[in-house]
Design a binder for this molecule. Structure first.
Ligand SMILES: [Zn+2]
Length: 365
């Protein structure tokens, strides 16, 4: 019924623009909540069935973790509850075209349009819950997906510093911490929830796009501000940050999951020296090869924003035989003009309604 479809599309388009206009006058947090509510309405009403079938456009989604418990909104803010995950997979299976990353790469290389409304699912960081929780759901919905592993962290069972920062700041009980900043010592107050969020942002900012030795020196001040053993205690309480084992990675690979590289130590490649960039790419490739055998020629940049990549990183990835590299620049893939070594992705937040709303807007324009 094309007329009914057109009317439905018009109605939901108008609703989404009105939502945007109203959200513009609210605090960011209230705006996010409103988009989440409208997204749930769209999911329930199957709004996405009426989206136009635009050529040459796809979306790559980036998940981090899926957990079976209710994620702590302060600490596990990049982990999705399994029931929400299922809701999103249902929308994708019903109203979109799930596509494997390798298929999207083939379409781009051969200059043919992927099927309309194509969605690629990827997971970064190699958390154990990818294998323990997400894999079963993806399998149930027959979804192809990619997992990007930071090889050295898997090898040594190391937790990511970025997660440690959230654990210590929100769960460590300190009133303030002091870190060396770009312009002298930086004191961060941790007494209120808002202040702790601001502190996490500031520490991530200070430590993300700097050479490894600078980051280590800065974080040493943070770790020293908390009692010995506390971090281990917090890690044990939040199992969602545990890295997967090589055995789990091998099981995923033999179940048909596309396993790719997420560098060696999960460092932002852009600011590193040329030798360090080569080491991160080639040593990760060798370690993956040794532990799981031939892996897919796909790479995902740690942190993924512009500062994580450079012409140098692209040249090294090309030399190492990677045929695509994924960023976290939030955009749709415009297949007729995209650079395969800079494929954009949308990060999936725990607010699935907001994600459903986002998918509507990305495919409507
Ligand atoms: Zn990552």
């Amino acid at each position: 019924m094309p007329i009914a479809t057109d009317i439905k599309r018009e109605l939901f388009a108008a609703l989404s623009w009105r939502t945007e206009a109203r959200a513009a006058g609210m605090t960011a947090e209230r705006g996010v909540r409103m988009r989440d509510r409208v997204g749930h309405l769209m999911r329930w009403a199957r709004a996405h069935d009426s989206l136009p079938e635009i050529e040459n456009r796809a979306v790559i989604l980036c998940f981090h973790g899926v957990v079976a418990h209710q994620p702590d909104p302060d600490v596990e803010c990049e982990h999705v509850h399994v029931a929400r995950f299922r809701q999103l997979l249902r929308v994708i299976r019903r109203s979109f075209h799930p596509l494997a990353l390798a298929e999207l790469v083939d379409c781009i290389r051969q200059r043919v349009s992927p099927p309309p409304k194509s969605v690629v699912i990827t997971f970064d960081d190699g958390y154990a819950n990818n294998a323990e929780v997400a894999a079963e759901e993806l399998d149930r919905f027959r979804m192809p997906w990619s997992a990007f592993l930071p090889a050295q962290l898997i090898e040594t069972g190391t937790y990511q510093w970025i997660d440690d920062v959230r654990l210590l700041v929100h769960g460590g009980g300190a009133r303030s911490v002091c870190l060396p900043g770009d312009d002298g010592p930086l004191t961060l107050h941790l007494e209120t929830r808002d202040a702790r969020h601001e502190a996490v942002r500031a520490i991530h900012q200070l430590c993300r796009y700097v050479p490894d030795d600078v980051r280590r020196a800065r974080l040493a001040h943070l770790y020293a501000a908390f009692p010995t053993g506390l971090l281990e205690e917090l890690r044990a309480r939040y199992r969602s940050f545990a890295p997967m084992t090589w055995e789990q990675a091998r099981q995923l690979k033999s179940a048909g999951v596309d396993v790719g590289s997420h560098s060696l130590t999960h460092t932002a490649l852009g600011p590193q020296s040329p030798e360090a960039i080569r080491h991160e790419v080639f040593a990760a490739r060798a370690l993956l090869q040794a532990r799981i055998g031939e892996h897919c020629p796909h790479f995902s940049y740690p942190y993924g924003r512009r500062a994580s990549l450079s012409q140098q990183t692209e040249a090294v990835l090309f030399e190492a035989g990677y045929n695509c590299a994924l960023t976290l620049e939030p955009d749709v893939v415009r297949c007729d003009e995209v650079n395969l070594l800079q494929l954009p992705r949308l990060i999936v937040s725990p607010l699935i309604g907001r994600m459903v709303f986002n998918l509507w807007q990305r495919f409507l324009r």
